[in-house]
Design a protein around this ligand. Structure first.
Ligand SMILES: NC(=O)c1ccc[n+]([C@@H]2O[C@H](COP(=O)([O-])OP(=O)(O)OC[C@H]3O[C@@H](n4cnc5c(N)ncnc54)[C@H](O)[C@@H]3O)[C@@H](O)[C@H]2O)c1
Length: 352
């Protein structure tokens, strides 16, 4: 059965890293006959600045109705300071396609990349689930008496029972399906009492349905400390949109930096969006400098979502081998450019 993938490279280093991701996808598609069909969409800052249009009318519906996955690079361009096109496209997809699961594995692939003394591959291996459609990111609120000394800004934090329950349930289901022992829910219910009350009650209720899985709660400030002091205590972490946004960057640092991390924006059973977690890093755009591993591991995650687990595992193996051979970009201590680092991974992929 054909799987249709929308390829959206975006801005800055997005096109360069997506090009490397496509090399491994094209190779596997042909050699393992995966039946993937790719359609490229050039929505980016250039087209937005030239036309004033971020996504053409009907494009979101097209993605929703006719595709299985979106493979996206990054958005952000200094010429569009308000990030309007990025908000329309990236946040637009997250919200309009209801991609409520932000899936962020934190897995160290080589001992040498650990920033923590005495902590290696055995200790740094957990998964973060960030609620992706609610919280402080829904854009509810307003500014009163703007520009005056009496100015007031209100930013609402929205938590629905349905929204909280489905991400917590997804975290437990993931733990159950993947042999993970525990789920930790992180929030700040000591001060954010109302949203926190809903989260902790829902967490305790859902946990009862999974007696074989340990569960515990942690305040998010303590969580950041423990992720550094004792990362081995975590298997699965679930948290809200804003806390998840913050702790996943810390997670990326634990696995070797922003250039290493993959993410999925998922609605089970529907079209879902996969992207490296880094941004468009404008200072590196067009310089053949960016690390393509985040994008390549994102391609692996997308393949697993589409039902191609063996191929996904092969990509991770090839990436691990390339890192072990120091065939990497400079952020990992290597000497290769983006394209050569991608080629090295492709070469290893052909042998695994
Ligand atoms: N999902 C997204 O599209 C996304 C995410 C974050 C930031 N952004 C946007 O990207 C633009 C730049 O933001 P930023 O500088 O804060 O974040 P960034 O992730 O683009 O870059 C931060 C720094 O991380 C390093 N880095 C990131 N990706 C790398 C890679 N692949 N290889 C090597 N090093 C890498 C670089 O040192 C870079 O300067 C902004 O417009 C921002 O809004 C977009």
């Amino acid at each position: 059965m054909t799987k249709r993938i929308a390829v959206v490279p975006g801005d800055g280093i997005g096109p360069e890293v997506i090009r490397e991701g496509m090399k491994v996808l094209d190779y596997l598609n042909e050699s393992a006959k995966l039946g993937l069909e790719f359609t490229h969409f050039g929505w980016n800052a250039d087209t937005y600045l030239a036309t004033g249009i971020s996504m053409p009318p009907g494009a979101m519906e097209d993605i929703r109705d006719n595709f299985d996955a979106v493979f996206l690079g990054a958005y952000g361009d200094p010429r569009v300071p308000d990030m309007k096109h990025a908000a329309d496209i990236l946040l637009g997809m997250r919200f309009q396609l209801d991609l409520y699961v932000n899936y962020r594995p934190v897995k160290l692939l080589d001992e040498r990349l650990s920033p923590l003394k005495g902590k290696g591959m055995k200790e740094i291996d957990f998964v973060i689930f960030r609620e992706n459609t609610e919280g402080a990111y829904v854009g509810m609120g307003g500014i009163f008496k703007k520009g005056t000394a009496d100015e007031i800004a209100v930013q609402e934090d929205v938590n629905s029972r349905r929204g909280v329950e489905r991400i917590i349930r997804y975290a437990f289901e993931y733990a159950k399906a993947n042999g993970r022992k525990s789920v930790c829910m992180a929030d700040k219910n000591n001060v954010m009492r109302f949203g926190g009350d809903l989260w902790i009650r829902t967490f305790e209720e859902v946990a009862k349905e999974y007696p074989a899985i340990e569960h515990f709660h942690m305040f998010v400030d303590a969580l950041t400390m423990q992720m550094v002091r004792m990362p081995e205590m975590f298997d699965v972490i679930v948290t809200n949109n804003m806390f998840g946004d913050i702790v996943t960057d810390l997670g990326a640092a634990l696995q070797g930096g922003l250039g290493m991390a993959a993410s999925g924006n998922i609605h089970p059973g529907r079209v879902s969006l996969f992207e490296p977690i880094h941004g468009s890093a404008p200072k590196y755009a067009g310089k053949d400098h960016a690390n393509p591993i985040g994008a390549i591991l994102t391609a692996a995650m997308m393949l697993e979502f589409l039902g191609f687990k063996p191929e996904s595992d092969r990509i991770e193996k090839a990436v691990t081998q390339a890192i072990a051979a120091s065939e990497t970009t400079s952020d990992l201590g290597g000497k290769l450019g983006t394209a050569a680092a991608g080629e090295a991974i492709l070469r290893h992929l052909k042998g695994v």
